[in-house]
Ligand binder design. Structure first.
Ligand SMILES: Nc1ncnc2c1ncn2[C@@H]1O[C@H](COP(=O)(O)OP(=O)(O)OP(=O)(O)O)[C@@H](O)[C@H]1O
Ligand SMILES: [Mg+2]
Length: 456
């Protein structure tokens, strides 16, 4: 019982939810289209309502009034005909009908009335109205023929000895200029639509600009943006600018601090090296020198990582040139290297950072592989760069770890090298600051494939 009751209560709610989902799927996605819909839908509904009321009421009333007039004229002609049987050839009656009523009258011998011919359903209103009004006014049998000619309505009245045939102008009996009403309605709609379209476009443009600016900033590019448009949009724009300023200030502070740190540490290391040089060629001194060199490298790498992009500005950068240089370098080291380019290899980026990104990836590949393959693909929205090698690769479960700062896969692999384990972390940081990312995968060559994805 309770189950049935809850089902009964929840059924309309479910229906409503299904309707909402259905509507949501069919609503246009863009703000512009949605706003236009909000403007157009009420106009269409309103105009349909007006058109309906007009057709139903106004048009009907006018047609009935006109038909009543026609019926009166028919009655007058019939009565006059009956009262003046001596009129030779009914000449006078015909003349009066023609001049006073614009009716073409013919007197025919008595005949059976023809079946009425109708002109489409649009004119059935005229037929009904005329038939009703005539039936009210004349006692004789009559027939209405609206379907014979474009311009005339034919009415026949059967009398004892003859048949009267009257041709009325259609405009006499019928409100035929209603198309003007619809024309005005269409023109008004088009004007409203044009005004709404241009108005909406102007309102939506600042929102689009804000979205573009935020996107550009996300890709780490220079943004020139001034808030414009309606108050709410300007507020969002101002908030975006404030956020951007805060981020930039934080980056600037970090850069200044790191420059200080790096300067101080370098001074000390240089002093160390100088002292070691003065110590001569003893066994200990050689060991210490090696340690100091390693320390210097690690400090440099660490600072480079922490410094990030260091305020570099974005310019159109040719990735093919960068990879070509790296290719030449690995060939000098005796490795076979190929480079394939598919699509435009340029994109807006910070050149030194991007160079470091690829140098780090290629550096790894060079260390582990004998055969390298670089490829660039541009699909118009993103650029994909693959760096493949035929080395040992990285097992699936360790690929994410490899991006962690100071992470080295296994200590035995690079015992004697002074690698900081920062290369991939730095590379990913650079890719992400450009709005992209790096993924590691299995290479078709057997080793590691590093894929850099960058937005155009
Ligand atoms: N192409 C590769 N093939 C196999 N292993 C790799 C490859 N690239 C990176 N690795 C593994 O991932 C680890 C992290 O790489 P990452 O570049 O971050 O550091 P690193 O090369 O050890 O040091 P750095 O690049 O700072 O000199 C490396 O220690 C290595 O074990
Ligand atoms: Mg490395």
């Amino acid at each position: 019982m309770t189950v049935a009751l809850t089902e009964l209560i929840s059924a309309p709610r479910n229906l409503w939810r299904a309707f909402k989902i259905w509507l949501h799927d069919r609503m246009p996605r863009g703000l512009y289209a949605r706003a236009l819909l909000i403007v157009i839908l009420p106009i269409v509904l309103l105009q349909s309502a007006i058109a309906y009321v007009f057709m139903e009421r106004h048009w009907e009333v006018v047609t009935y009034r006109l038909s009543a007039g026609v019926a009166r004229e028919v009655a007058a002609i019939v009565e006059t005909y009956k009262d003046f049987p001596d009129d030779p050839d009914h000449e006078k009656l015909r003349r009066i009908a023609a001049t006073a009523m614009s009716v073409e009258l013919t007197v025919l011998p008595r005949e059976t009335l023809p079946e009425p011919k109708k002109r489409g359903s649009l004119f059935s209103l005229l037929d009904t109205a005329l038939n009703k009004e005539l039936a009210r006014r004349i006692a004789q049998p009559f027939s209405v023929n609206t379907g014979q000619s474009r311009n005339f309505v034919e009415i026949r009245v059967a009398l004892n000895d003859s048949t009267l045939r009257m041709l009325f102008n259609r405009s006499h009996a019928y409100a035929s200029n209603s198309y003007i009403f619809f024309m005005w309605m269409a023109i008004a709609s088009i004007i409203i639509l044009a005004v709404a379209t241009s108005f909406l476009r102007n309102q939506i443009r600042p929102i689009l600009r804000l979205a573009e600016a935020a996107e550009e900033f996300g890709k780490g590019r220079d943004v020139k943006f001034t808030p414009k448009g309606a108050r709410e949009v300007r507020r969002a724009g101002a908030a975006f600018l404030e956020m951007k300023r805060r981020v930039e200030r934080a980056i600037e502070q970090r850069t200044t601090m790191l420059n200080g740190v790096s300067h101080d540490l370098r001074t000390i290391i240089t002093r160390f090296k100088l002292s070691l040089a003065l110590m001569g060629e003893g066994n200990e001194a050689v060991e210490m020198r090696k340690d100091v060199d390693e320390m210097e490298r690690i400090v440099e790498a660490y600072l480079a990582f922490a410094r990030g992009d260091g305020g570099e500005t974005s310019t159109p950068t040719d990735i093919a040139v960068i990879l070509d240089e790296l290719k030449a370098d690995s060939e000098r080291h005796g490795l076979t290297t190929t480079l394939t380019i598919d699509g435009d290899p340029t994109l807006v980026a910070r050149p030194a950072s991007i160079k470091r990104l690829f140098a780090n990836l290629v550096g790894n590949a060079q260390r582990y592989g004998q055969k390298l393959e670089f490829s660039i693909q541009n699909d118009g929205r993103s650029m994909f760069v693959h760096i493949d090698d035929d080395g040992p690769g990285i097992p699936l479960e360790k690929r994410e770890d490899a991006f962690r700062p100071f992470y080295r896969l296994d200590e035995s692999r690079n015992q004697d090298t002074a690698n900081s384990g920062l290369g991939l972390a730095i590379a990913r940081d650079i890719a992400r600051s450009h709005g992209g990312d790096i993924e590691l995968d299995r290479s078709p060559l057997g080793g590691l494939r590093a894929t850099v994805k960058l937005p155009i």
